[in-house]
Design a protein around this ligand. Sequence first.
Ligand SMILES: *Cc1c(COP(=O)(O)O)cnc(C)c1O
Length: 455
Amino acid sequence: MHEVNDDSIKLREEVFAYARKRLEYDPAPLDGPQSPAWLKENAGQTISESGIGGHKALEIFSEILAPATISTDHPNYLSFIPSAPTEASKLFDLIVSASAIYGGSWMEGAGAVYAENEVLAWLASEVGLPETAGGVFVQGGTLGNLSALVAARHSAAKKRTDAGIAQPTKWKFICSAEAHSSLKSAAAVMDVEIIKAQVDANGHLRGDSVAAALSEAGDGVFAIVATAGTTNFGIVDKLDEIAAVANQNKIWFHVDGAYGLAGILSPESRHLFAGVEKADSFIVDPHKWLFAPFDACALIYREPKLGHDAHTQHGEYLDTLTDSGDWNPSDYAYNLTRRPRGLPLWFSLATHGVAAYREGVRKNISLARQIADEIKRRPDLELVREPELSVVVFTKHGWNLAKYDAWSAKLLARGEAFVVPSSHLGKPNARFAIVNPRTDLNALIAILDSMNEES
Ligand SMILES: *Cc1c(COP(=O)(O)O)cnc(C)c1O
């Protein structure tokens, strides 16, 4: 299997050629899903005892499977939270894959871990955490939130043990009613109670609402979670107010900035995040709005030791690593074996410099503002909320979900745009999530125009 022969050299060239073609697309074809039956018929059975050969497998991928897979970095991919990795980050992802390097421990991955830590230190400094802050790149925000909350509970439980106070009958954490679904998931996995505090009319979680939830909650609240950029609207909670409540009550303050915390890079938006520097932990996903490929979430603790205490795994086969006193990334989250997934971002940041990132984020926010203004000028459209970051949500008068669905399917079938409907308070809407520096105003205007076509 590992022999280098003419065939394997030929395959290597074919794979590089295909990778080059993908990188050179401008833009990549949007593509779109096919049914399992269609894929079964067209891709067929690909796994067999003898193998079908790399040439054939690559052909099936490039001709059948890839076209049935959406390119999330198409400039008109505007659904969910898209992804727009820089070319430098994509190129370096190839190198990480070609290198078989292990990112779990210093002993094995020192060089890679050093570079990842440089990026984490930069993120911590942007947020305003002390130089002693640190953490790890995990797979995604879901795992980042879970790992931070596990550390928060571990720390709260230890404080009680140390003080001789009984553990609560049920641990609880407070978050906004508009917080991401991953928090509910974390609560279920951890078997803790999730308390959803009400947001204000514009969707912000505020200090008074958190304080009210806290006094109602009674014993056992181990964390307060604020969202720095909600997924549906890009709304940043009032972090300074929430931090004050958390600090007064000596409760762990976690900031979920999976999508929106990247907005802090734009000098014009920085003020929205005041108070984030008080966080005990925060997350931000490079695969969302830091122009890096899937999948990466930066999880950072004010006091990394608290993450370490909660997450270090112990085993006879691990003692040599654990007892070394080295910085082992695996110790800071619910994970062990890990790809050094922060490296593509490291390479791209090192290549382009931070200023280019500030400008990319600023441009997205400014485009969101421009298209929101255009929406307000159109009498048949209505902005649901003023955008704070780069998500724009609007409705079209007289449209029900079936209308949005039909419009969305038509745009995807034509290869023009991927704009699935979302909803708010039970009412369907259209939503643009803009994280791609190549998304442009004219294309967004054309998408608005397409809502008026006779179907
Ligand atoms: C996307 C998102 C998450 C989950 O992140 P994944 O990387 O998809 O697991 C958590 N919180 C917020 C606010 C998000 O937008």
